[in-house]
Design a protein around this ligand. Structure first.
Ligand code: GLP
Length: 245
């Protein structure tokens, strides 16, 4: 098993390639289950999917989606909530029914957490499992919000965000004090069950962690390194993020 590496001339080529794979999947299997990611990286893929919907009739009417993660302790309507992000960049512009969209809540009470996370996992199973999972990568090596120390078999749960992750998010929230301390994230074990995985990473800021994920040992210190043991994972990079390989 090894990760398939695509080094693209431009980010646009990478976005188009991933969007085309998703479109082909949906055309072959209209009730496909997509695993979706947030962050600046996948925005171009979502723009291309919206274009395919408007210009090439790609329908999401039967598609079902599961987002990787969500911040805790902010309102759903907060501009940085992943619920808001996904609607702004994708869901508001395609024909997916609201009932087919799954994103962890932003204010899950502590007492309900265990059942809530278990239910999220069960919903994925009931829908037949994730066919195609999009991933970004954080500078801690996280996929979803699986920060260093996350074991390979971990499941959907609440997690304490790493200091580096919070610092990276600080400009979007105004300052560090406004960045949530916790999130709910699918686990590494949950992600590894997706049938196909596409990880996108662009820019020099990601070069060092991309190298660790791809070439380093499989380690809980870099949860993206677990993908080395996945059967159908592709990394879509640009020249900058691939510069240390
Ligand atoms: C957040 C998200 C990750 C994402 C990462 C990188 O931490 N939870 O899913 O991969 O940010 O974000 P960006 O794509 O903006 O670099």
């Amino acid at each position: 098993m090894s990760i398939t590496l695509h080094i693209h001339a431009t980010r646009e080529t990478a976005n188009k390639k991933v969007a085309r794979e998703i479109a082909e999947l949906i055309r072959a299997k209209p009730h496909a289950v997509l695993g979706l990611a947030t962050g600046s990286t996948p925005i171009g893929v979502y723009q291309e999917l919206v274009r395919l919907h408007h210009q090439e009739g790609l329908s999401f009417r039967q598609v079902c989606t599961f987002n990787l993660d969500e911040y805790q302790g902010i309102d759903l309507s907060h501009p940085e909530s992943y619920w808001n992000f996904m609607h702004r960049h994708l869901f508001d512009h395609i024909d997916i029914p609201a009932a087919n969209i799954h994103i962890p809540g932003t204010r899950v009470p502590s007492l309900e957490l265990a059942d809530y996370c278990k239910h999220y996992e069960e919903l994925i199973t009931v829908h037949g499992g994730i066919d195609y999972q999009i991933l970004g990568i954080g500078r801690t090596g996280h996929i979803g919000f699986n920060e260093p120390g996350s074991p390979p078999d971990c499941r959907t749960r609440r997690i304490l965000l790493d200091q580096l992750t919070r610092e990276d998010a600080a400009p979007a929230f105004g300052d560090l004090d406004h960045v949530p301390t916790h999130a709910i994230t699918m686990g590494c074990g949950t992600i590894m069950e997706a049938r196909h995985i596409a990880l996108l990473a662009f820019g020099t800021a990601k070069a060092a962690i991309v190298r660790k994920a791809l070439r380093g040992p499989v380690s809980s210190q870099v949860s993206a390194s677990y993908l080395q043991n996945h059967e159908h994972t592709s990394f879509h990079l640009d020249h900058e993020s691939a510069s240390l390989l």
